[in-house]
Ligand binder design. Sequence first.
Ligand code: HEC
Length: 179
Amino acid sequence: MRNWRSILALPAICLAAAAFAQNSPDKNGADKTEAETAPAAKAAPEKVGPDKIRPEKVIRYRQSAMDMVGWNFSPLGAMVKGKTPFDAKEFSRRADRLEFLGPQLLEGFSKGSDTGAETDAKPEIWTDFDNFQALLNDYVNESKKLADVARNGSEADMKEQFRKTAESCKACHDKYRAE
Ligand code: HEC
């Protein structure tokens, strides 16, 4: 019954779409002068670079990125601590994700994103940015090594490099994240 109804409804949707396309302002846009099209262009966001994005979006981005890091890091911790069976393939798959995410974190700390939404990022990040960035680089390097070791190293090497990577998270959280 349901299927029949949706099949019958299809032509109506197509007609509506066709009518919409005909009335679409874009269709006549080519004939208009630059002055006429200017207001539409203005309505589009001018903010393109990460530094120009609204602070609340930057904050959401960095928290999401950190969540993705945590999402992939936790199962490694469970393996290292023996809470789940060690699986080198799975370890490597998640370590690759961490390597990929690391260099994307910096954009989440652009200037002016110290406030604008609920955040645990301490204001010292921006007054002390060189040091913050150095800690972020440490993390990026450690997570890259983690991915390398996971591809080629022994289980013991992976566990050891996991600990070093975890320390680099902690070094930054201790200093720059409010508890
Ligand atoms: C260079 C600094 C730095 C490093 C390195 C770092 N973090 Fe963070 N992390 C932060 C800051 C700052 C916040 C708070 C962000 C906010 O609330 O705006 C945060 C927040 C988080 C959050 C909470 C995100 C949310 O939903 O609010 C998680 C989870 C997290 N980090 C996991 C990790 C893990 C796991 C690592 C290492 C594998 C790591 N972080 C490395 C600085 C860092």
